[in-house]
Design a protein around this ligand. Structure first.
Ligand code: PEP
Ligand code: MN
Length: 341
């Protein structure tokens, strides 16, 4: 249930009203927008007298929310959620609102030289974040599984040298203590419905990049975000990375239509991974532009200095030179959408 308060209601009046509502055993999501305060009631609201609420002097309207996701619902939080990651030295990394976040780097951290040189290349080209997997969720147990803790250390060294905030995947909640200096924790497509992992991430005060499951619906993706938000962590970035379909001419099928659909349903930022969605590097520039045109708040792009010899996902990785060439074009597309990289 949503309660929209009348314009000019002060924060103090609203907070007092919240205290009264909380006596009815619901929890309240408080959202103070530019124009109005919106209160989202989560829990069992069946017993709440809607008419009595609507008659309250501070209330403008009361809306019953049909969707199963509440905290992720745009009705609860009409303004876009903007995620800001402070960085030492460089400008803060921002995703959401009028800022388009570009996350770039290799699929996996492979060596010190590789990650340091790639970090410097993508920073120079204008990326706002560095990606790189240390723990890799591979389909085969015989494929390269990532460098593990050592890879994480190298990624954090690259962060220190370039000032770029880092994004990396957490596969197992027991590894969370190693992730203390990781700026954005990635939940991979294969873990989107690992509910115990999502719940734990809800308790942690770090932005989470949540990738859409290979065969997940939009509502399932939003419910996965709701798991994280239910624990009190509102900084969730949704990522479309392609889904399974019958046609295999691309690795996955990039569902561009989910971007405007999500933007309508949720206040959370939505980014696109054109690398995993297509599986081939030559499609990545066009799909990146398409994603921006469709309203995405950012992109996560795989970049490798030697794609042919990459230990993982070389075929879909851009070279640093192609990435650097692409960036000014992406800036223009962002501008057309009223956004800045
Ligand atoms: C990745 O980002 O390298 C990755 C494994 O992505 P996904 O979980 O979307 O397959
Ligand atoms: Mn990859």
């Amino acid at each position: 249930m949503i309660i929209v308060l009348k314009p000019h209601t002060s924060s103090g009046e609203a907070r007092e009203f919240v205290r009264v509502l909380e006596k009815q055993s619901v929890s309240i999501d408080f959202s103070e927008g530019a124009a109005q305060i919106v209160l989202g009631l989560v829990g069992d609201t069946a017993h709440i007298d809607e008419e009595a609420l609507a008659a309250h002097h501070l209330v403008e309207k009361v809306i019953r929310v049909q969707e199963p996701y509440k905290r992720a619902n745009r009705l609860f939080h009409p303004d876009d959620t903007i995620i800001t990651i402070p960085s030492k030295g460089g400008p803060a990394g921002v995703i959401g609102g009028k800022r388009l976040g570009i996350i770039a780097g290799p699929c996996s951290v492979e060596s010190r030289e590789q990650i340091l040189s790639l970090a410097e290349s993508v920073r120079k080209a204008g990326a706002g974040f560095l990606r790189g997997g240390a723990f890799k969720p591979r389909t085969s147990p015989y494929s390269f599984q990532g460098m593990g803790p050592e890879g994480l250390d190298l990624l954090l060294q690259a962060k220190k040298e370039t000032g770029l905030p880092v994004v990396t995947e957490l596969m197992d909640i027991h590894q969370l203590e190693l992730f203390e200096d990781v700026d954005v924790i990635q939940v991979g497509a294969r873990n989107m419905q690992n509910f115990s992992l999502l719940r734990e991430l809800g308790l942690c005060r770090r932005p989470v990049l949540l990738k859409r499951g290979l065969s997940s619906t939009m509502t399932e993706l939003l419910m996965a975000a709701e798991y994280i938000m239910a624990g009190g962590n509102d900084d969730v970035i949704l990522c479309e990375r392609g889904i399974r379909s019958y046609d295999t001419f691309t690795r996955n099928v990039l569902d561009l239509a989910i971007i405007p659909a999500l933007k309508r349903k949720t206040h959370l930022p939505v980014i696109v991974d054109p690398s995993h969605a297509t599986g081939v590097s030559w499609m990545v520039p066009q799909m990146s532009k398409a994603a921006i045109a469709a309203g995405a708040d950012g992109l996560i792009i795989e970049v490798h200095n030697d794609p042919e010899h990459a230990l993982c996902d070389g075929e879909q990785s851009l070279t640093p030179a192609v990435f650097a060439e692409l960036m000014p074009r992406l800036r223009k597309y962002a501008e057309l959408e009223g956004k800045k990289i």
